[in-house]
Design a protein. Structure first.
Length: 111
């Protein structure tokens, strides 16, 4: 794994090269899809994209004794929602046997 990042522009370019559809139209479609996902999540709806995964909101319990990692100051944190993603079966299978570089260093984030 190289650890490189793929941006929205990279995705737009890739779709353009594969289809020849106007870049502006591709960007509009991607932006609308992301907006629909965000809107659905803020309304408490679960988004299931078969073969890819599921987006949902999970509630994190608040805590009275939390610390600001930057300053070390004690703070209280109220309950709040977080966006969560669960990979679907096909995505999990697709990435299962990818080579892992420096597994001891960081099992969750490749370099």
């Amino acid at each position: 794994m190289t650890g490189r990042k793929i941006t929205k522009e990279t995705i737009i370019d890739s779709i353009y090269e594969k289809t020849g559809i106007n870049r502006k139209d591709i960007k509009t479609a991607i932006d609308l899809a992301m907006e629909e996902i965000k809107d659905a999540l803020t309304q408490g709806t679960i988004i299931e994209l078969r073969g890819f995964g599921t987006f949902e909101i999970r509630i994190r319990k608040g805590r009275q004794k939390a610390r600001n990692p930057k300053t070390g100051e004690a703070v209280s944190v109220s309950s709040h929602g977080i966006a969560a993603f669960r990979a679907g079966k096909e995505l999990r299978q697709a990435v299962w046997n990818l080579p892992v570089k420096n597994a001891e260093k960081s099992p969750h984030y490749p370099d």
